[in-house]
Design a protein around this ligand. Structure first.
Ligand SMILES: [Zn+2]
Length: 385
């Protein structure tokens, strides 16, 4: 992964490049960015640049100060995510083929495939689906923490640096934390830890205090627009629609670009849930809850998060702040109609119901019951005049 292949984040890329050029790489960094943001891509580009034996330094007025060459033996291994000094740790759980003591190393082929399929915009949801653990909670366990220590005790094979990328450090299991903390405190020389996370509230304070925080800001619409102009032949109208749907997250752009999907994948399900609540159609609510309970916890969480976004848009629409309604096509039509029912007097309550449901799903409450309960509660709100 070259820096120039990643959309946006010009300032951050140059900051990372500078740490290498000036030999001021801090040994433990925490990249914090929203789900599906560029953090994993940036971490890999950073590690690849450190290891590249033919760094390209730009002296003209390029956006970037420098980048990896993409052709040296190190870069070639990096492009396959298979450099012997590049190590990955990520959440896993038992599966049909790994029935006990699951570790990241058991899933490396799937991991590399997932990275290349998603262009490093991997979400937890997609990862769980990839290894068939949609209905489980993956974690980074004590066996992986031991593996980190073992791996880093060995000398670097080729590069000067050994890089340990720990993805979704929120999933670090409590019993694994002390080991990781210890090695973060006293790392072997020439070791770089890049921890990746989405939510600092879910990370141990002791981990936070031992890492340098690197925050990814949401992509400005201009960066997305710019990238689309440079790389794709699409109409201005379509670009507007894509930028709105991306909502500061470039991950959302791929499905629209690849198969002409104009809508969020959760749009139909959420709309149906709301219509059932509005009609107080209890029988179909139960059927819908049953059907949705099978899409996996992470997908249900996404659906509920998406619902909260729609509620927010309905509120803007109701308040007349239509410039804040970032939507188009069928979704916009729905928001315009639905804002008669979701408005300033009840949006907060509905949002809270969806948020509670998301919280319960994350904590293993039965998904069917949670979804049914959500639709019932919202139905009750719709009956209040
Ligand atoms: Zn290179």
């Amino acid at each position: 992964m070259l820096f120039k292949e990643i959309v946006g984040h010009k300032e951050l890329k140059n900051r990372l490049i500078n740490t290498v050029l000036k030999q001021r790489i801090s040994h433990a960094q925490l990249f914090l960015g929203a789900e599906g943001s560029e953090k994993l891509a940036l971490a890999i580009a950073y590690a690849q640049f450190i290891s590249c034996s033919n760094k390209q330094i730009y002296n003209d007025n390029s956006e970037l100060l420098a980048d990896s060459c993409g052709n040296c033996p190190s870069c070639i291994k990096y492009q396959k995510y298979a450099h012997p000094d590049l190590h990955f740790i990520f959440p896993v759980a038992t599966t049909k083929s790994v029935s006990s003591k699951p570790m990241s190393s058991h899933f490396l082929p799937e991991w590399r495939e997932a990275l290349s399929q998603s262009n490093c915009y991997l979400t937890l949801n997609e990862w769980y689906a990839k290894i068939g653990i949609e209905n489980k909670q993956g974690r980074i366990g004590v066996d992986d923490a031991n593996q980190v220590i073992k791996t880093l005790a060995l000398r670097a094979y080729e590069g000067e640096y050994k890089v340990m990328i720990i993805w979704m450090v929120e999933k670090l299991y409590h019993s694994a934390a002390p080991k990781l903390l210890k090695i973060l405190e006293e790392p072997p020389p020439k070791t770089l830890f890049i921890l990746l996370a989405e939510d600092t509230n879910l990370i141990l304070k002791t981990i936070l205090s031992r890492t340098q925080l690197v925050k990814l800001l949401p992509l400005p619409d201009e960066d997305v627009r710019d990238y689309l102009h440079k790389n794709f032949q699409v109409s201005e109208d379509k670009i507007d629609a894509i930028v709105n749907l991306a909502d500061g997250n470039f991950k959302n752009v791929f499905p629209i670009l690849s198969n002409e999907v104009e809508e969020n994948p959760y749009f139909d399900s959420f709309r149906e849930m709301m219509l059932l609540s509005y009609r107080r159609d209890f029988i179909n609510m139960r059927n819908k809850a049953d059907k949705l309970s099978k899409i996996g916890r992470e997908n249900i969480k996404q659906l509920l998060q998406y619902g909260m976004r729609i509620v927010r848009m309905c509120l803007y629409q109701d308040l007349g702040n239509t410039e804040l309604v970032k939507s188009s096509g069928a979704e916009l039509e729905f928001i315009q109609k639905f804002s008669r029912f979701v408005h300033k007097d009840n949006a907060e309550q509905i949002n809270e119901i969806l948020n509670d449901a998301s919280f319960h799903i994350a904590r293993n409450v039965n998904p069917k019951i949670t979804l049914m309960d959500t639709m019932l509660k919202i139905a009750l709100i719709f009956t209040k005049k």
